[in-house]
Ligand binder design. Structure first.
Ligand code: NAD
Length: 351
């Protein structure tokens, strides 16, 4: 099995690549532009593995993507490359439109041409898995869950571009018959998460004795999923998901942002008692514009149809994550330098 993964040097993409190479013994081609958010240091565990190869390319580049597909001959494409940070999308939406919308359009067009060149058996088994977010559904009130039939209602430039890319992916299945499957997942956390995102930012700031900025009163609710559970879900959806269908992926694990930050502080007090109590560093800051109140996923379809279940619960997952950041400064320290001094990235993201 040959799998082409875009965004393979990012947070979730690298977890997918490590899962496919180490656990599934698949041949993997990772394609990534290596933006500020991508780093090959997330791939140290597979770097010398002959099943893994990397190509530095932009998903918007038709020539490079066409060539990569025709050289590698993938059985599956898992498309994760995206601009992913909500705060950045608010001050600079152009990159989001280019990569998330035009990049997805280019991936679909290149995949369509490649798929049409396959023999009938390979055509039938080929899959294009488009990876997306629950943020496309907008915000929930106190009750209810996002299902696969929840109408799209994105709030941020990030979620609007992801919604647009989902619509393109659906249209390429309905119009051209490209075997597309779509997944929409809740917030991920875990090792190798870029240090500007909420959980790593809080851990690292706490380690450095810096303030822990929380939007508004921290009452926004997110459903959190450990990244390795997401990687396994994506593998399963690509393998057994029905063409033309959407699968919601979530951890059934809703948390208020402030509770996540307090949990991190408690763990930091345990691991670094000499610097505690870390909760004194929490600082509520002006809320993000268009900040969705609550996201929560109903993953019943994935659980019942494909027998997927998250292995990690939030208590064990967050403890593993805090320990990982404490032990892996070599990974995050150089990345933190990349956005030092920028106004953005110092505030926590809902994504
Ligand atoms: P990330 O920002 O950590 O990684 C994105 C990767 O894409 C980076 O390695 C970057 O270099 C690469 N990239 C960006 N633009 C590119 C381009 N034009 N061409 C090629 N590569 C490019 O993001 P992530 O958190 O790993 O998210 C991966 C995917 O999963 C995204 O599509 C995102 O929308 C989706 N998603 C993320 C979450 C989450 O909680 N992080 C939840 C649900 C869905």
């Amino acid at each position: 099995m040959r799998v082409l993964v875009t965004g393979g040097a990012g947070f979730i993409g690298s977890a997918v690549v490590r899962h496919l190479v180490n656990d599934k013994r698949f041949d993997v081609l990772s394609i990534d532009k290596l933006t500020y958010a991508g780093t090959l240091t997330s791939m140290v565990s597979v770097n010398d593995n002959p099943l893994y190869r990397f190509e530095n390319a932009d998903v918007c580049d038709k020539t490079a993507i066409t060539q990569a597909m025709s050289d590698f001959r993938p059985d599956r494409i898992m498309h994760l490359a995206a601009e992913s940070h909500v705060d950045r999308s608010i001050t600079g939406a152009k990159d989001f439109v280019e990569t998330n919308v035009l990049g997805t359009f280019n991936m679909l067009e290149c995949a369509r041409a490649y798929w049409q060149s396959l023999d009938s058996r390979a055509k039938e088994t080929f899959r294009f898995l488009h990876i997306s977010t629950d943020e496309v559904y907008g915000s929930l009130g106190k009750e209810g869950l996002f299902t696969e039939s929840t109408p799209y209602d994105p709030s941020s430039p990030y979620s609007a571009t992801k919604a647009a890319s989902d619509h393109l992916a659906k249209a390429w299945e309905r119009t051209y018959g490209l075997p597309v499957v779509i997944s929409n997942c809740s917030n991920n956390y875990g090792p190798f998460h870029f240090p500007e995102k909420l959980i790593p930012l809080m851990i690292i700031n706490a380690m450095e004795g810096k303030s822990l900025p929380v939007y508004g009163s921290g009452s926004n609710i997110r459903d959190w999923l450990f990244v390795e559970d997401h990687a396994k879900a994506l593998d399963l959806i690509a393998e057994r998901g029905r063409v033309g269908e959407t699968y919601n992926v979530g951890g059934r694990n809703e948390q208020r942002n402030i509770d996540v930050v307090n949990r991190i502080c408690t763990l930091m007090d345990e691991f670094r008692p000499e610097h505690g109590p870390h909760s004194r560093l929490i600082k509520c800051v002006e809320d993000r514009p268009g900040h969705d109140a609550r996201y929560a996923i109903d993953a019943t379809k994935l659980e019942q149809e494909l027998c997927w279940k998250a292995v990690e619960n939030f208590d064990t997952g967050i403890e593993k994550t805090v320990k990982w950041y404490l032990e892996n400064e070599w990974w995050w320290s150089p990345l933190r330098q990349r956005y030092k001094g920028e106004r953005l990235g110092l505030l926590p993201s809902g994504a």
